[in-house]
Design a protein around this ligand. Structure first.
Ligand code: NAP
Length: 343
């Protein structure tokens, strides 16, 4: 076992865009598991927009990461030592393992890791992506809340990202029209030509609003909202009567210090158009993951869902990777594959 463990500590709260300078890289000994604990060697780290939320002060759905402690992060790893923990050595696990090489886990943790069954060989990139939190977010958000019907129009923002790319493909499986909003023309073309979206637009085109309207000639029935801000406002203006707004994320707003004015200026559309709007956090759906994962695996094997990820190498690249996520540098799920720790 190598003697050293790299960790990224959160040293300051972000203000505005995420700045890697608020993270400190420290190197120390690999921790010893105490009674009931196991030691996990992290292999892949998931970078998520919610990392920015977890760094911030103020109320959200989990407590903020304490200053000076290791950055919270979802990762895939392998149990390498155990001191009476109910995880066998060699077991692959997914959970809140943090931005570090090694993590101590216990069955009593508030969010315990999920062991992956050895008989079901799942690629680590899938375990963190299409079969993990982001794929499940797409599945439950769209099907439980959006409830798309055949022929309806589903619009999804951040459409070429981890959640959005799966949302559009599930919408197609259910017979709906899928329209994506993405950050580049390359992503737009990938959504239509490779993933089978009916239309996609680039949010950086000056006429993106007109493009969106043209792409939705019958209006919008389901808004799968990942972006918030002006994108959400444009979509809400095109919603049909009795449409559904799945409030999954508002990435354009996470860097705003003033939380008093984050909602759409045309919120009154919810009233006039009799919309249903519901936010959700995927953690609440964890008990229902197995059936959804089985369906997703089925679709993957049959090519009905295509998955893509952006993989960077080296734990030291995690802060830069997160910066890139907010600049739209990823296509599909963004991950860092950990390299060998020093020592
Ligand atoms: N509710 C839940 O439980 C839950 C779970 C997972 C994720 N989410 C939310 O789902 C959304 C997507 O997350 P993800 O993990 O799939 O990330 P992702 O889409 O893979 O990556 C984020 C993408 O957001 C887009 N983006 C960045 N800044 C933006 C801005 N100012 N305006 C519009 N788009 C912007 C970029 O794509 P383009 O440049 O191509 O637009 C970027 O690639 C986020 O809002 C996230 O918070 C919610």
């Amino acid at each position: 076992m190598p003697a050293l463990n790299r960790r990224f500590l959160l040293r300051a709260r972000p203000s505005g865009d995420f700045d890697p300078k608020i993270m400190e890289r420290v190197v120390g000994p690999v921790p010893e598991p105490g009674p009931g604990q196991a030691l996990v060697r992290n292999r892949y780290l998931s970078l998520d927009p919610t990392n920015r939320i977890w760094m911030s002060e103020g109320e959200s759905y989990l407590p903020p990461v304490a200053l000076g402690s290791v950055m919270r992060g979802i990762a895939y790893g392998e149990v390498v030592a155990s001191n009476g923990a109910p995880y066998r050595i060699g077991t692959k696990v997914v959970g809140m393992l943090g931005w570090q090489d090694y993590a101590l886990v216990s069955a009593a943790d508030e969010l315990p890791v999920t062991p992956l069954p050895a008989f079901l060989p799942v690629k680590p990139t899938d375990a963190l992506g299409v079969l993990g939190g982001t794929g499940m977010t797409a599945y439950f958000g769209l099907l439980d809340i959006g409830k798309p019907r055949r022929g309806e129009t589903v619009v999804v923002s951040a459409a070429a990202g981890a959640v959005g790319s799966i949302v559009g493909q599930i919408a197609k499986i259910y017979g709906a029209r899928a329209v994506g909003i993405a950050g580049t023309r390359e992503k737009r073309d990938w959504l239509v030509n490779e993933l089978g979206f009916d239309a996609a637009i680039c949010r950086r085109d000056p006429d993106w609003r007109a493009q969106l309207e043209a792409a939705c000639p019958d209006g919008i029935d389901v808004d799968f909202e990942n972006a918030g801000g002006e994108i959400m406002e444009a979509v809400m203006d095109l919603m049909n009567l009795h449409g559904r707004v799945v409030l999954c994320g508002m990435i354009s707003q996470y860097g705003k210090a003033d939380r008093s004015n984050l909602g759409p200026a045309n919120f009154v559309n919810v009233l006039f158009k009799r919309l249903k709007i519901q936010g959700f956090i995927i953690i609440d759906y964890i008990p229902r993951f197995p059936l959804a994962q089985a369906r997703m695996l089925w679709w993957l094997k049959r090519g009905r869902i295509k998955d893509r990820h952006t993989l960077l190498r080296g734990l030291d690249n995690a802060p830069a990777a997160l910066t890139g996520l907010f600049r739209g540098e990823n296509t599909g799920k963004l991950l860092v594959e950990l390299d060998e720790p020093p020592g």
